[in-house]
Design a protein. Sequence first.
Length: 137
Amino acid sequence: MLKSLLSAPYASVLEQAMSASSLRHKVISNNIANVNTPGFKKSEVAFEQILQQNIDNGGNIPLSRTNAQHLPIRRSLTEIAPQIHTINNTSFRNDGNNVDVDIEMAEMAKNNIYYDAVAQQMTKYYGNLKSVINGGK
């Protein structure tokens, strides 16, 4: 029973959101570190969009089938992973670099707020579980 409470879909999605936010922080930091690297193309992390698309599709993620005779298999929302996308179609400077440090710093601040909000939700979730276990005390 305890295992089912700790691995509930809500908690798993929050955990994945925190992991995605951590990965986004690393990607943004890498973009900022390479602001003066000729030809460098920035990257972005997609998680929330993928999660929203799968929620809109009823919470099931279709897996790719390599053969038409294979049975269709579905995964749950708890198995969504963030994806890193490189932005190749833009360039702000003559050297081919497309990193705008002001945009990256704003994205970093936005990501910090997002991480804090997810951490608060996770704290609230586990606090509620603790309250239930302690009989409301």
